[in-house]
Design a protein around this ligand. Sequence first.
Ligand SMILES: Nc1ncnc2c1ncn2[C@@H]1O[C@H](COP(=O)(O)OP(=O)(O)O)[C@@H](O)[C@H]1O
Ligand SMILES: [Mg+2]
Length: 415
Amino acid sequence: MSDQDFRSEPSAQIAPVPRISIQAFCEGADIAAVLQDAMADRRMNKAHMKVHMGGAAAAVEAYRNAPTPNLIIIESAGDRATLVGQLEELAEFCDAGTKVVVVGRVNDIVLYRDLISRGVSDYLVAPFSVVEVIRSISELYTSGTSAPLGRVIAVTSAKGGAGASTVAHNLAWSIATDHELSTILVDMDLGFGTAGLDFNQDPPQGVAEAIFAPERLDQNFVDRLLSKCGDNLSMLAAPATLERSYDIAETAFDPLIDILRATTPVAVLDVPHAWNAWTRRILVGADEVVVVASPELASLRNAKNVFDQLRAARPNDHPAKLVLNNVGVLKRPEIAPADFGKSVEAEASTIIPFDAKLFGTAANNGQMIAEVDAASKVAESFSDLARQLLGRSEAKKPKKTLLQPLLARLSRKKA
Ligand SMILES: Nc1ncnc2c1ncn2[C@@H]1O[C@H](COP(=O)(O)OP(=O)(O)O)[C@@H](O)[C@H]1O
Ligand SMILES: [Mg+2]
């Protein structure tokens, strides 16, 4: 799928598959290959899948004397009567709770209805893509829940100080304000994070409580840790104190991200510049990744490495978005955006000029760029980046940009 397809198709948003066991029994090497690729996808990393050959007949043999997994995927190249016979035999050995998905090559609605009426959960017609398989499996285990499916956007920088936190905070603000989606910003820079400063808040609790007390973590607990930064925006602030050291386990953020995904339309993760097991896991697992870089050589080398790693680890996702920041510093020799994009193999989604006064004022006042100057091109750039990440073709109400931040400021002052 092309970048454009992903952006224009909100349904590309697929919930990660939970911790289930899956056994597949294929006949065709092409279908086995698609399933193998699906297994390696980020959305399947909690599930365990084994792909066997031999089709439905092999499945019947395998489960005669063995317990069945959560999900069995079988391919049948035989005719309808053979398939139905095999399914009936399989049903005798299936443990309660085991679901069956059938894969075939005949696009036939009568067959589909027949299979569903026999308790088959889905019928997939080959050829299908990796993403289609994952969506089918995901929907079996998530569509019953009414929880909204949240989008997780991770923002990181190619080099410290390139502006990832600034972009993450302004992006979260724009998603909440311009695009009116309930948003939670998570400051993952535990020792040095600036989300509290940037939103002029000093909450006593935040993200550290969420990851260091996993036994207490549920939606209510997360709600109590949030501090409100606007009508639709809350944050989990970093402690930004150094009494303890922050050695974070690879999966430390998993439970929190699961809760955010199930309860909040958008989570923006401010990921510090580092390449650890846990930062890598967050970037690979996010629905969208934004890499912020300055137009200089070290940022270019690092951005290229990050893009290469993410491309390899997320083969079924569109590439990370490149934000070029601090462009146009007086007298500084810079790499032209087009050359930068060519090396990284990703055109810059957004180019943000260096503006010491605007960004310095925002930082000192604990305000977002749009609160300092709603009409600035920079504020518009953040809104446009939000629009790209949300897959929206146009900002909802383009002309309100001037008035809305003013009103938001007034109502915040009153509060
Ligand atoms: N385009 C810009 N022009 C001027 N200053 C900027 C710009 N972007 C970010 N800054 C400033 O640069 C500093 C570092 O930004 P920060 O977002 O903390 O970087 P990172 O999170 O990548 O380490 C901050 O003081 C911020 O206000
Ligand atoms: Mg930062």
